[in-house]
Design a binder for this molecule. Structure first.
Ligand SMILES: Cc1cc2nc3c(=O)[nH]c(=O)nc-3n(C[C@H](O)[C@H](O)[C@H](O)COP(=O)(O)OP(=O)(O)OC[C@H]3O[C@@H](n4cnc5c(N)ncnc54)[C@H](O)[C@@H]3O)c2cc1C
Length: 334
């Protein structure tokens, strides 16, 4: 990660118990998975901003995830599940709770069955989109090529209903496995799930554990060619070498957020280290030393300018993690 954080396996010989108390001690003693303490969230987000989370856990199985959530609930600890942090803006103040990262440890892929000529593929939430697409090409399974170049996890792509080139992840879905607030794991068929543009309606405290995709057979070479074409098209129009979270704002109905921002003359506008990309106006980038507060200030500036010019209030696509309240009163209101 390249960022200073205190990494300890939860075993008592390495864990400085004297420094810890309450829930941290309980998690360290009772939970066997990989843990980091006081870990800067900048290391877990593609925007590369964010202060420390009290703890970061990386479960390697559903059993580990279930036992961790039970422990956190019994100690009333706030938590949030994330994937690759490619659609997240984390607060400079970090997160006073447990961030649960589903990464490749939680990333198994397997064929389940065939349904009406399509293969049903079960993919755990922590699997990256890139390894999933490589696997699909090797297996000759088509349908997800539109995701090529999107740097998220399967869980994050489902939570966001990620999409590109006129397709969305929900379009290839047969079911999702969800862990609900009561700790019950359920496989929910697609027709019972509600997706919309960059949104998946999830009950509070629900974790996406796996997605099941219905994929037709295709030629491995053609799948690879299609993915390569998508990646090349992205490279041609997206900023390179600067931290970002992809499109910062959702497109308003019938229009493109990038067009409105560009027409408002905002390309290249900066607030501290945060900048409206001169390459693609809907990318707010971290030029190197931006803070989350600067990115939020730039976001508001863009929203205000576009609203004043076109009467459209742009809605962020990027999700916030942590405390962004500017005064104690706002913080109390949540
Ligand atoms: C260069 C670049 C290009 C991009 N291009 C596109 C694009 O073309 N189309 C597009 O749609 N997006 C795009 N994105 C945005 C982003 O990559 C996608 O939204 C991606 O699917 C997010 O996945 P993630 O694992 O990074 O999610 P995260 O950013 O980690 O999380 C996003 C949200 O989902 C929640 N979440 C994550 N995992 C789970 C889970 N298992 N259970 C419950 N909730 C969960 C998080 O709490 C958070 O609220 C781009 C981003 C970048 C940096």
């Amino acid at each position: 990660m390249g960022l200073a954080c205190r990494a300890y396996e939860s075993n008592l010989t390495e864990w400085p118990l004297a420094e810890q108390s309450g829930w941290r001690q309980a998690v360290a003693k009772q939970w066997p998975g990989a843990l980091l303490w006081d870990a800067p969230l900048a290391g877990f987000t593609t925007l590369k901003v964010g202060g420390p989370a009290a703890a970061v856990a990386m479960p390697a199985s559903t059993a580990e995830l279930v036992s961790l959530l039970a422990l956190l609930r019994s100690h009333d600890v706030p938590w949030r599940v994330i994937g690759r942090g490619s659609n997240l803006l984390a607060s400079d103040r970090g997160y006073e709770g447990m961030v649960i990262v589903l990464d490749r440890r939680f990333g198994a892929i397997g064929r389940e069955a065939n349904d009406e000529g399509k293969s049903i593929v079960r993919v755990e939430a922590g699997c990256g989109l890139a390894p999933l697409l490589q696997w699909c090409a090797a297996q000759g399974l088509a349908g997800l090529e539109f995701l090529a170049g999107i740097p998220g996890s399967v869980g994050g792509a489902l939570a966001m209903n990620a999409g590109a080139w006129g397709e969305e992840v929900a379009g290839r879905l047969s079911a999702v496995e969800l862990l609900d607030a009561g700790g019950v794991l359920r496989r929910v068929p697609r027709q019972e799930l509600r997706f919309s543009y960059r949104h998946f309606e999830l009950a509070p405290e629900t974790v996406i554990v796996a997605g099941l995709f219905a994929l037709p057979t295709g030629s491995g070479r053609e799948i690879e060619e299609k993915m390569a074409a998508h990646v090349a098209a992205r490279k041609a129009k997206q900023p390179k070498g600067v931290a970002n979270a992809g499109s910062f704002f959702k497109n308003p109905p019938g229009d493109a957020a990038g067009r409105l921002i560009e027409q408002a003359g905002l390309k290249g506008t900066t607030v501290g280290g945060a900048m409206v990309s001169p390459v693609h106006a809907n990318f707010l980038v971290n030029t190197g030393n931006a803070t989350a507060a600067e990115l939020v200030a730039l976001m508001r500036l863009v929203q205000d300018e576009v609203a004043a010019r076109f009467g459209v209030r742009l809605e962020p696509e990027v999700h916030l993690l942590g405390d962004f309240a500017v005064n104690p009163e706002e913080r109390r209101r949540g």
